[in-house]
Design a binder for this molecule. Sequence first.
Ligand code: ATP
Ligand code: MG
Length: 179
Amino acid sequence: MQSMEKGLVIVYTGNGKGKTTAALGLALRSIGYKQKVCMIQFIKGSWHYGEMYSANILKPEFELVAAGKGFVGIIDDDKPLTEHKKIAQQAIDICRKKIQSNKYNTVILDEINYAVNMKLVKLDDVINIIKLKPYEQNLVLTGNHVKNKIIDLADLVTEMKEIKHPFKLGIKAKKGIDF
Ligand code: ATP
Ligand code: MG
């Protein structure tokens, strides 16, 4: 009988830069073995950023779903909160489908911790999603301010801690580094 390897629940949180970058690093490593990775982005959506283009180069192994639309309450946001909640709810439904499809070795829920924190998605919905993941599948959740209940269910939790960030020195976000 073939032994099944338990997939991990991985959390990247904290105030330092590198949470989404770390998740993308895992994706790149995994895709090297022709494993399938799906990243569902909760907050991003209407902007252009590198991984959007990488998804084209790395298909069919890498799939990227931009489920969030804009940054809630930040910069160019012009949508009412109810609209964001509706979009976030749809994003949760996408996650459930993708995870249960059992097509992927790893599913990444990018910035989902923010979505929970902003009460765009229910913590219980995320917990249920974690519980229904296929045994062998890895699930990555990124975003600062992760809830303790999610930490309790995780196998690996890393907190990125800001020591220095160029933003504080007035250096703007850089192509290929920040987006
Ligand atoms: P990245 O996508 O670069 O790995 P992240 O996922 O850790 O960053 P997020 O909280 O998702 O960080 O923030 C998104 C954007 O904010 C990114 O462009 C990132 O570079 C920037 N950022 C992250 N951490 C900081 C910080 N401590 N100070 C200022 N800007 C930050
Ligand atoms: Mg991020």
